[in-house]
Design a protein around this ligand. Structure first.
Ligand code: AMP
Length: 275
């Protein structure tokens, strides 16, 4: 696996890879969820590119940028073992030189749910993804369903800006108890870790209640009831799968979404209504 630290070297490496070229952007601290994206890319694409970059632009001033888990050496080994051909590992200056001024804003869809709780978060995400796509020039972008709103915001950007890139959305990889794998799970202490799977249980309870024909407010109450009392719920809702607007009618593409804090750690998760 080849490694590029500068934009110029990355362009060279990625241009030489066979097509179709798949791309898996990450912030490192890699787990089996990230590697499922790489595996899917390996299955579908002749060339596989990845990036590791903890993007400062998508963290709020009071968020965990400084403490976000970093483990570059192991990350490289995992990507190599999973079959990545080349990885881009820029530093902050390579991505955001002092005269950097342009950001990408997709509008209303980026201001609800995660966008409301983390103002500016999606601007950081879409800006870094736009930059990475221009550097890597992939044919297929592999994203995790775990961050469903992120995927939908990025999809909006690709459509609106006529970017010739397809998104492949990969199902969420979970622990045996249902907790979605996340680099932030490392922050949980034993008690919080024991409570954290109830976020997923709550999503399933909402979905099951809706399927049983209960109305939305009833279904959400059923979800709240199974969330651990030690958790602080931020939102629990059913949204349209294309607009991410709260769904009033249940369509097959709807998601049940949730966010909760376990101690200081925020976790998000979602399940499809139809699956
Ligand atoms: P991150 O490093 O958190 O920015 O995540 C990089 C990519 O991995 C994003 O597309 C995430 O949605 C995806 N991802 C993170 N956790 C999981 C998971 N548990 N299952 C599948 N994909 C995931």
């Amino acid at each position: 696996m080849q490694v590029a630290e500068t934009v110029a070297r990355a362009r060279e490496l990625f241009a030489a890879l066979p097509r179709p070229l798949g791309f898996v952007p990450t912030m490192g601290a890699l787990h089996a969820g990230h590697l499922a994206l790489v595996r899917r890319a390996r299955e579908r694409c002749a060339g596989v590119a990845a990036s590791i970059f903890v993007n400062p632009l998508q963290f709020g001033p009071s968020e965990d940028l400084a403490t976000y888990p970093r483990d570059l050496e192991h990350d490289r080994q995992k990507l190599q073992a999973a079959g990545v051909d080349a990885v881009f590992v820029p530093d902050g200056d390579a991505m955001y030189p002092p005269d950097f001024a342009t950001t990408v804003d997709v509008g209303a869809i980026a201001t609800i749910f995660e966008g409301a709780i983390r103002p500016g978060h999606f601007r950081g995400v879409t800006t870094v993804i736009a930059k990475l796509l221009n550097i890597v020039r992939p044919d297929v972008l592999f994203l995790g369903q775990k961050d469903a709103q992120q995927a939908i915001v990025i999809h909006r950007m690709l459509v609106d800006l006529n970017a010739p890139v397809e998104i492949d959305l990969v199902p969420t990889v979970r622990e045996p108890d249902g907790l979605a794998l996340s680099s932030r799970n490392a922050y949980l202490d034993a008690q919080q870790r024991a409570a954290a799977p109830t976020l997923h249980t709550a999503l399933l309870a909402v979905r099951d209640a809706l399927r049983a024909g209960r109305d939305k407010s009833d279904a959400i109450a059923a979800g709240r009831a199974v969330l651990s009392a030690s958790a602080t719920l931020e939102y629990l809702d059913v949204v349209d799968g294309t607009t991410f607007a709260p769904a009033e009618r249940l369509v097959a593409s709807a998601f049940v979404i949730g966010a909760a804090r376990f101690g200081p750690t925020r976790l998000i998760d979602n399940v499809w209504f139809c699956k």
